[in-house]
Design a protein around this ligand. Structure first.
Ligand SMILES: O=C(O)C(=O)C[C@]1(C(=O)O)C=C[C@@H](O)C=C1
Length: 282
């Protein structure tokens, strides 16, 4: 093709190409990568499955340190905050400045007085119903994580590594929170797949009916089995000794991970789904 023809064709298609690239970029930046191309129940479930890895690895990292009670004592620093809370507040503030907390699944634990992002941000809430950004169950996550979960997978004791300890806690909290708030996408896709089923229950604010509609017992059983298996695989101590017939050692008890999902992660994901749906027609 002569250069001039090529130029003419390129010129003609350029606006289309730019429009396409812009559309692709703005859509793909709204969702976790695996969900970017197709927004279906399967693709959203894939994102939940990927998040399991992050949760298991974050717990393994936290389990390197003992419980370290002084890190959670609000009188320890003398400023009214525990080291954990002081760290999370400060880190969230910094992360907000560089553009975090713009996505529906990235929900801060201390949303009040967060600074505005310095870089320009995209509207990442577009695929969801706008009111969804207000749905947060982080207070419940904070409570169960520190009071009930932490003692289940850390050893008793105090090694003085408080800074590393609370940094690990924050990674766990963020991974768990992100997984639970993905529930907004799950709810949206379930609603758009069957508005005729969900709309009456939403209009009558029938929480029990919504909970029944969105619950899949077989899926929950599979999730529990898979996360326990992942914890077994990812946290086992690996030796090169072929004749090692000793019992496999785990860095975290795999049963704690299935318990975490059974008692908190899935119930709170469902709560996020219900809260999201109740706002869906408002
Ligand atoms: O996969 C779904 O349909 C979800 O809503 C997610 C989830 C979960 O938290 O893993 C929650 C409720 C369902 O009963 C099954 C699984």
């Amino acid at each position: 093709m002569p250069a001039t023809m090529l130029e003419i064709k390129t010129k003609a298609f350029l606006p289309l190409l730019i429009q396409h690239l812009f559309l692709y970029h703005s859509l793909s930046s709204q969702l976790p990568i695996s969900m970017a191309n197709k927004f279906t129940l399967d693709s959203v479930r894939d994102a939940l499955i990927r998040e399991e890895d992050s949760i298991v690895f974050s717990l393994i990292e936290r389990a390197r340190f003992p419980y370290n009670a002084p890190a959670y004592d609000s009188s320890f620093l003398g400023n009214g905050f525990s080291i954990a809370e002081f760290y999370v507040r400060g880190t969230e503030s910094l992360q907000a400045k560089i553009g975090r907390y713009q996505k529906p699944e990235d929900v801060p634990f201390f949303p009040n007085d967060l600074p505005s992002p310095l870089p320009p941000t995209k509207n990442s809430q577009e695929l969801l119903y706008p009111a969804s950004s207000s749905v947060s169950v982080n207070e419940a996550i904070w409570k169960f994580y520190f009071t009930e979960l932490l003692p289940l997978f850390t050893t008793k004791g105090d090694d003085g590594n408080y800074a590393s300890t609370v940094a690990s806690d924050f990674v766990c909290l963020q991974a768990i929170s992100r997984r639970i708030h993905y529930g907004k996408y799950v709810a949206e896709v379930k609603f758009t797949d069957a508005p005729q089923d969900y709309s009456p229950a939403i209009s009558s604010k029938d929480r029990d009916r919504l909970m029944n509609l969105l619950t899949f017992v077989a899926v929950e059983e599979a999730v529990k089995k898979r996360v326990e298996k992942k914890a077994r695989l990812f946290s086992q101590n690996v030796t090169l000794d072929e004749n090692d017939s000793g019992k496999t050692q785990y860095k975290i008890n795999p049963l704690v991970v299935s318990h975490l999902y059974d008692k908190w992660v899935m119930p709170l994901t469902k709560l996020v789904e219900v809260e999201y749906l109740l706002l869906r027609l408002s």
